[in-house]
Design a protein around this ligand. Structure first.
Ligand code: BGC
Length: 419
């Protein structure tokens, strides 16, 4: 048993991480406010808003069959209820470029960033957010739906609990979103950001920090409300969301904690997935769990630029776990940040072997998207971690294809037979 016909071989990006100058988004403000915890601002990023045709052509030339990218809410709806025809025309052209080059587009409607005005209205903890998000999704899909075979409403709907597990101690200091952050450096930054966003600190609830139960509810409602709108205006589009799934490895005494962590980041989200067409699965590494929580990588383990373990086997493990959702799955992100591209190729090879074993066991996996197509803006860490299969010289915006890109492209051309 190998890869099924029509298996999607792709690479992924997200608008804010590649487009550049996403000035109307909440993250732009957070990055550019004094005292920021971001290593550097996103700036021009990979100038993909201008160079998308070149980038799409390159992915197709490599042999890939699909491209996952995100539409930026802050561009499409710059003020509440005011839609930009120009931004919609831009994304229509990105979709046209994909189709012209034979790439199946997969679109994400929300990938971490939101319009700055959403923070005036309370961000991802506010009860009105699901309706606002659903209205934006309806507009995009009414306009562009016929060009979009697959849509992910929300990228990593569960990122809140994941962040909480990883950075728990820090977040304990801010029990209700960013707004109640402590005094001092972090607090000063957040107050300044609230000021720049023309709101009060308690309303600054960007998606990445929306980690309490109330925010989970808002996010799940946003997904189900968006799905209902999409079904109405674009019935042929397959709809899902993506989850950041962690491969928890309990160490002695960590069994119960590991089970609890899986519940917080997977089982708790199952009600929202009921009625979806697919589940986007995203995995990067494993996490060792002791009785009190997460443990560092074992001594001597190979670690990536992100500080976590080189562990491509995590993908197979999370696919097997997520099969419990009872939905067809698509690997919407899997990748590694490294300067040694031979390790990237090896990581992809091993991860895909895991996917193949899952397929052989009858698990429905419809595609694999490497994260990321381009070396891009890695959020708080800036441009230091390099995930891309294509390098970007940000001074000249020159693209250089890495061997790992050729490897993935060659696999795609033979539908995985050469793995
Ligand atoms: C996110 C990406 C991010 C990647 C690597 C995923 O959680 O969807 O935006 O760049 O991980 O850290």
């Amino acid at each position: 048993m190998s890869f099924p016909d029509g298996f999607l071989w792709g690479a992924a990006t997200a608008a804010h991480q590649v487009e550049g100058n996403n000035v109307n988004s909440d993250f732009w403000v957070l990055e550019n406010t004094a005292g920021t915890i971001f290593a550097e601002p996103s700036g021009d990023a990979c100038d993909h808003y201008r160079l998308y045709r070149q980038d799409v052509a390159l992915l197709a030339e490599l042999g890939l069959t699909s491209y996952r990218f995100s539409v930026e809410w802050a561009r499409v709806e710059p003020e509440p209820g005011r839609y930009s025809r120009a931004a919609l025309a831009h994304y229509r052209d990105v979709l046209d470029a994909c189709h012209e080059h034979g790439l199946t587009p997969m679109v994400t409607l929300h990938h971490f960033t939101s319009p700055r005005w959403l923070m005036r209205l309370g961000g991802w903890s506010a009860p009105g957010t699901p309706e606002r998000f659903a209205a934006y999704c309806r507009t995009v899909m009414a306009e562009l739906g016929p060009l979009i075979p697959y849509v992910c409403t929300i990228n990593e709907a569960n990122i809140g609990p994941v962040v909480r597990q990883i950075a728990g101690d820090l977040l304990e200091l801010a029990p209700v979103g960013l707004g109640d952050a402590p005094a001092g450096g972090l607090g000063a930054w957040l107050s300044a950001a609230a000021h720049a966003l023309d709101t009060t600190p308690d309303r600054v609830n960007p998606f990445l920090f929306a980690y309490d139960q109330a925010a989970n509810e808002v996010i799940m409602q946003a997904h189900t409300a968006a799905r209902a709108e999409i079904r109405e205006v674009s019935p042929d589009t397959r709809v899902g969301l993506t989850l950041a799934l962690q491969d928890y490895h309990p160490e002695p005494g960590g069994q119960e904690r590991a089970r609890q962590m899986w519940c917080e980041t997977f089982t708790d989200f199952l009600p929202a997935l009921d009625g979806d067409d697919f589940l986007g699965v995203q995995s990067y590494s494993r996490m060792r769990v002791g009785a009190d929580g997460l443990l560092p990588a074992p001594d001597g383990a190979e670690v990536t630029q992100m500080g976590y373990e080189f562990f491509p086997g995590s993908l197979e493990n999370v696919i097997r776990g997520a099969a419990a959702a009872g939905l067809p799955m698509i690997v919407t992100e899997n990748g590694i940040a490294t300067t040694d591209d031979t390790r990237r190729t090896e990581y992809v090879r091993q991860a895909l072997e895991g996917v193949r074993r899952c397929l052989a066991d009858g698990i429905d996996v419809g595609g694999y998207y490497y994260w990321s197509a381009l070396d891009n803006f890695e959020w708080m860490l800036g441009y230091a971690p390099t995930f891309g299969i294509i390098a970007v010289d940000r001074a000249t915006q020159t693209r250089t294809v890495k061997d790992s890109a050729r490897y993935l492209g060659a696999l795609a051309r033979k539908n995985g037979e050469t793995l």
